[in-house]
Design a protein around this ligand. Structure first.
Ligand SMILES: Cc1cc2nc3c(=O)[nH]c(=O)nc-3n(C[C@H](O)[C@H](O)[C@H](O)COP(=O)(O)OP(=O)(O)OC[C@H]3O[C@@H](n4cnc5c(N)ncnc54)[C@H](O)[C@@H]3O)c2cc1C
Length: 411
């Protein structure tokens, strides 16, 4: 079927690129315009704090599609171009410079941006953030130079950069206000295991105090903590979370509440507009609530789902949140959705630091989330437990002799 419809995608990141691909895969043969404010064609960000930062992968490996793919698929890729407004009445987006592009269907895939610190000295040279390819290129030079690197924030990005810093022989300190690194994502028990992992690799992990200022004349030389310490720094990396890029949606009068609100088909209340990836707060049929996920798999899968829906082949999006991380020789996958306050017990199976191990987060005896460490083959069983919210006996779950596929069979 030939159509004259135009689909505009705002945000040429992973979700946007996957949406364009899904539209073509689903047979949409109208016009697709993919607009992004970065100069690079869509690429994946996880390597920026892992193999690319470690010098083990080139940037070529990170692109979502080959350069030729866009012409082959007749996708108009407008790079270095910012969408400044969405005019819903006339169904047009406005680009910086004033050009307008009409749409029949619009996808907002604007992602998120690093939360910036506003403490005194925050704009000194040598204070870095990590989101874009150019940031990672700069940071790689900083880490290879060695010296004292202070990382503000013990989240995923902070810890992965800490591991890269140690790889290059830098002296690394992590400053984290919570009781442990990864506290918000994994809670105290497993956060403690990550603190120990990084200390074993020579990282000075300081928890329970935040950063109140950066010192230096033009260039950062020290980090002042809320407990009054001053930590010498040749460079600082700030990784204190991200803020979804919702400004366009808000200005267009769409519903926004910590993310662009969409239903389980990733559609906003405006039937011509969808949202996917980091920016979308989507109704999740498994959790009976809206969930916004800032991870790679969500951008891939929601982008694909939104593209299919816009091509008329949608189905409710019900995939379980998932993420992965690599630090030193630890590789993990996490399935589910809990956070620090959502569980009442943690079960560890196996011995952290000695081969594969697992963690499960439970509430009232039911598994809500699970993590497999250094055992990729177990991912399906862990995911199945987290999805089923199975009622389990903690002792069986902790016992490596009981297959994960059997732990929900109560004796
Ligand atoms: C260093 C790093 C490491 C990561 N590691 C992992 C990991 O190990 N595992 C994991 O699961 N996740 C990881 N993530 C998270 C993952 O990369 C993100 O969830 C994913 O990139 C989100 O994709 P997205 O397409 O929704 O948004 P983005 O990747 O943010 O892309 C959105 C794009 O839209 C552009 N844009 C925004 N507004 C406009 C506008 N008005 N006009 C034009 N363009 C616009 C942005 O500049 C950006 O290019 C990591 C992220 C980073 C930064």
């Amino acid at each position: 079927m030939t159509t004259n419809s135009t689909h505009v995608i705002v945000g040429a990141g992973l979700a946007g690129a996957k949406a364009a691909q899904a539209m073509r895969d689903c047979g949409f043969d109208g016009r697709i315009v993919l607009v992004g404010d970065e100069r690079e064609r869509p690429y994946e960000r996880p390597p920026l704090s892992k193999d690319f930062l470690l010098g083990k992968a080139t940037k070529e490996k990170g692109y979502v599609h080959d350069e030729s793919w866009y012409a082959e698929q007749d996708v108009e890729l407008r790079l270095g171009s910012t969408v400044t407004g969405v005019h819903r009445g006339g169904q047009q987006v406005e680009l910086a410079g004033g050009e307008r592009v009409g749409y029949d269907r619009l996808l907002l895939a604007t992602g998120s941006a690093p939360r910036r610190l506003t403490v005194p000295g925050a704009d000194l040279d040598g204070v870095h953030y990590l989101r874009r390819l150019g940031d990672a290129e700069k940071l790689r030079d900083v880490l290879t130079a060695g010296g004292a690197v202070v990382i503000v924030g013990g989240g995923w990005i902070g810890l992965e950069v800490a591991a890269a810093g140690r790889h290059y022989g830098a002296e690394v300190t992590v400053v984290e206000p919570q009781p442990t690194p990864l506290y918000a994502a994994l809670g105290r028990e497993i956060g403690d295991i990550f603190a120990a992992l990084h200390r074993e690799h020579g990282v000075d992990v300081r928890t329970g105090s935040g950063v109140t200022a950066f010192e230096g004349e033009g260039r950062v030389t020290g980090v002042v903590t809320s407990s009054g310490q001053v930590i010498a720094a040749d460079a600082v990396v700030v990784g204190v979370g991200v803020i979804p890029n919702t400004r366009l949606a808000e200005a267009a009068g769409l519903d926004v509440d910590g993310g662009v609100l969409v239903d389980e088909n990733l559609q906003t209340a405006d039937p011509a507009i969808w949202a996917a990836g980091d920016v979308a707060s989507a109704w999740h049929p498994v959790y009976d609530q809206r969930v916004r996920v800032e991870h790679w798999a969500n951008a891939t899968n929601q982008g694909t789902a939104a593209g299919a829906a816009m091509a008329g082949k949608g189905e409710p999006y019900a995939k379980l949140p998932y993420f992965y991380s690599d630090q030193y020789d630890l590789s993990l996958e996490y399935h589910g959705h809990v956070g620090a306050a959502g569980y009442d017990a943690v079960v560890v199976r196996g011995e952290p630091g000695a081969g594969p191990w697992f963690a499960f987060w439970l509430r009232e005896g039911r598994v809500l989330a699970g993590m497999n460490v250094n055992d990729w083959d177990a991912a399906d069983a862990v995911k199945a437990l987290a999805r089923s919210r199975a009622h389990v006996e903690a002792a069986r779950l902790a016992d490596p002799a009981v297959p994960l596929t059997d732990v929900d069979r109560l004796r």
